[in-house]
Design a protein around this ligand. Structure first.
Ligand code: DGL
Length: 266
């Protein structure tokens, strides 16, 4: 854990966490990254809390066995459900706190959050935003299908357009102008959101999470000092079929290695 040359572990229910890796690569280009996507179990957003906690702990254990120095929970759904993960002394950084803290001195009066049904049901975003800034009101809207459509690579489908319009309707009805993309899969279609709703400011929580990870590495004195670009290793419990297209959309370079069908120990 104290070794600056150790990699950072990033985990997500599927390909959505690539949107987080893209932001990490911008801020921390010299860090080695080991990514685990649980594509064979995605979507997590329609699972039970117990299922999400069990699966996530197995991924954390896997990353710890890879000797990571910090673990980034990219997935919003996991960040709302698995609050008692055992990191075996490796620091774990979830995705929701950092973006909410960025609103502590913000001016918008009302913030919308869109995410999976499990994320929105917990109201974690609303509670954290109001804790940070009691002058804010917040409204969460769930999308039952959007993450899954994106996970399967239907980036340009009409179904995605319909889903965007449907999840944004309650937000437009309330004239809310600031919206958090509360699911890692959504930044993969961020351009669509911005094109269809040009008057709305969309926030990608990964930007703020990357800033907090940078601070964490500095404060623990574990930032990687290598001069070359960090490596990127991809592990998935399923297949990487949709991964390459997702990376192209995010302008993320291909992984140095891809390991598919990884079985996690019980
Ligand atoms: N990536 C997950 C998130 O950020 C959502 C996808 C899923 O339902 O598994 O919430």
């Amino acid at each position: 854990m104290n070794d600056p040359s150790a990699p950072i572990g990033v985990l997500d229910s599927g390909i959505g966490g690539f949107s987080v890796v893209a932001r990490l690569k911008e801020r921390l280009p010299h860090e080695d990254i080991i990514y685990f996507g649980d594509d064979s179990h995605c979507p997590y957003g329609s699972k039970t809390k117990e299922e999400v906690c069990t699966m996530t702990q197995q991924i954390v254990d896997f990353l710890v066995r890879k000797n990571v120095k910090a673990i980034v929970i990219a997935c919003n759904t996991i960040s709302t459900q698995a609050l008692n993960l055992d990191g075996h002394n490796v620091p774990i950084l979830e995705i929701i706190g950092p973006v909410c803290r960025s609103f502590s001195i913000a001016t918008p009066r009302c913030v919308g959050i869109i995410g999976t049904p499990l994320t929105i049901k917990t109201k974690v975003y609303e509670k954290k935003l109001i804790e940070e800034n009691p002058y804010l009101t917040a409204m969460g809207v769930p999308s039952p299908n959007l993450a899954n459509l994106i996970e399967h690579g239907n980036f340009e489908s009409k179904e995605i357009d319909r889903e965007l319009l449907s999840v944004m309707k309650p937000i437009l009805d309330k004239n809310i102008k600031h919206v958090i993309l509360g699911c890692t899969h959504y930044p993969l279609v961020a351009k669509k959101f911005r094109d269809i709703f040009p008057d709305i400011t969309f926030y990608d929580p990964a930007v703020f999470q990357a800033d907090e990870l940078t601070k964490l590495l500095t404060s623990y004195h574990i930032a990687n000092l290598q001069e070359s670009e960090g490596s990127f290793s991809l592990y998935t419990s399923g297949s990487s079929d949709c991964a390459i297209e997702a990376m192209e959309r995010l302008k993320l370079r291909y992984p140095d290695s891809i390991t598919e069908n990884v079985l996690l120990k019980k």
